[in-house]
Ligand binder design. Structure first.
Ligand SMILES: [Zn+2]
Length: 347
């Protein structure tokens, strides 16, 4: 495959996948940049340290990438490449600091189909000053400033290539909040003037995983209060809803009873109320609770009345109790049913 095809193929694949293509996408797609994860994880600081290929070849790739984008009519966005675990976008992304290469790593060509919202997100992701990353270490280390020994599980952060303990990094006033309560974390970090992400390297998965955050103690307190207040609000709202539902049920039952008396003028009022109350009970799954029952559909009410009569005015329950099949029991009580309904003056 010639270089043009390789560049184009890699760029098209990225565009198809996420509606933009970056220089990193192209290099990765061409297998010129391997183990980009190491850079994401902060283990490798500079992108060009992992790139294979002569400078001449890279220059050619950059040129072809831009030509491809021009032909495709894509919009250019200059955004610094953003590694997941590098505290802040550094000034340089390459060890060589060669301007053409530095510039190339900022290249993103965006499809006109990429929604503006997603583009905004992309811009935010790379421009937001990321919080410092703190490592919960998996093997012993030593603070480069105070020389304190740091054991497994202790926290350190990196300044350049130098490990720093929390005290020397001025982060020791922060308190740890483990991941798990997303709402609490969101609020605590929002209120915290300074906060840090705590990660730990997972050997089995070969990557850093977020454990929690370090936040200012007062920010955590405030966040906790807000979450508690929220829980109280929720409980109050639930109580209000229950009250309203009860009221609705009463109202619905009254309207149902009225309609039953219209349909069955001979039905004693207390029985009409009984049928209505029985069928209107919320959550009972009885016919009165169905959409038709709520709308006082006459057919639904007729079913409710029939069920009431069957159970209260015939031997139906007795027959079922004695082991009769439902169908047989129903035909056995048909006459009894009809005579009650006739008496009630079913229209
Ligand atoms: Zn120290």
């Amino acid at each position: 495959m010639d270089l043009v095809t390789r560049v184009t193929t890699a760029a098209e694949a990225a565009l198809a996948d996420h509606q933009y293509a970056s220089f990193i996408d192209v290099l990765t797609g061409m297998n010129l940049l391997q183990n980009v994860q190491a850079w994401h994880n902060g283990r490798v600081q500079y992108l060009d340290e992992m790139v294979q290929g002569s400078p001449e070849k890279l220059l050619k790739v950059i040129e072809l990438f831009q030509q491809w984008a021009a032909q495709r009519g894509l919009r250019r966005e200059d955004l610094p490449p953003h590694a997941s675990f590098i505290p802040r976008p550094p000034k340089y992304h390459t060890a060589s600091q060669y301007p053409v290469l530095e510039q190339a790593f900022r290249l993103h060509f965006v499809s006109p189909q990429l929604p503006e919202k997603k583009l905004e997100k992309l811009r935010e992701k790379v421009s937001a000053a990321a919080p410092p990353t703190v490592f919960s270490i998996v093997k012993a280390s030593k603070c480069s400033q105070c020389n304190r020994e740091l054991g497994k599980g202790e926290l350190l952060t990196m300044q350049g290539n130098q490990p720093l303990c929390m005290e020397c990094a001025d982060l020791d006033h922060l308190v740890y909040l483990g991941s798990g309560d997303a709402a609490l974390t969101r609020r605590a970090t929002k209120h915290s003037g300074l906060w840090a992400v705590v990660v730990r390297f997972s050997r089995s998965r070969g990557r850093y995983e977020r454990q929690g955050v370090l936040v200012q103690p007062e920010a955590l307190e405030k966040a906790e209060e807000e979450c508690l207040a929220d829980a109280d609000l929720r409980a109050a709202r639930q109580a209000r809803d229950a009250e309203r539902r009860q009221f609705e049920d009463v109202e619905l039952a009254e309207r149902m009873a009225e309609r039953i008396r219209e349909l069955y003028p001979g039905c004693p009022p207390e029985e009409a109320r009984g049928i209505a109350a029985h069928t209107a009970v919320r959550g009972s799954g009885r016919v009165g609770r169905s959409a038709a029952g709520r709308a006082l559909d006459d057919h639904a009410l007729a079913l409710a009345v029939a069920a009431w009569v069957r159970h209260r005015h015939t031997r139906y329950d007795e027959l079922l109790m004695s082991g009769q099949e439902r169908a047989a029991a129903r035909s056995a009580i048909r006459e009894e049913m009809d005579s009650v309904l006739d008496r009630w003056g079913k229209l």
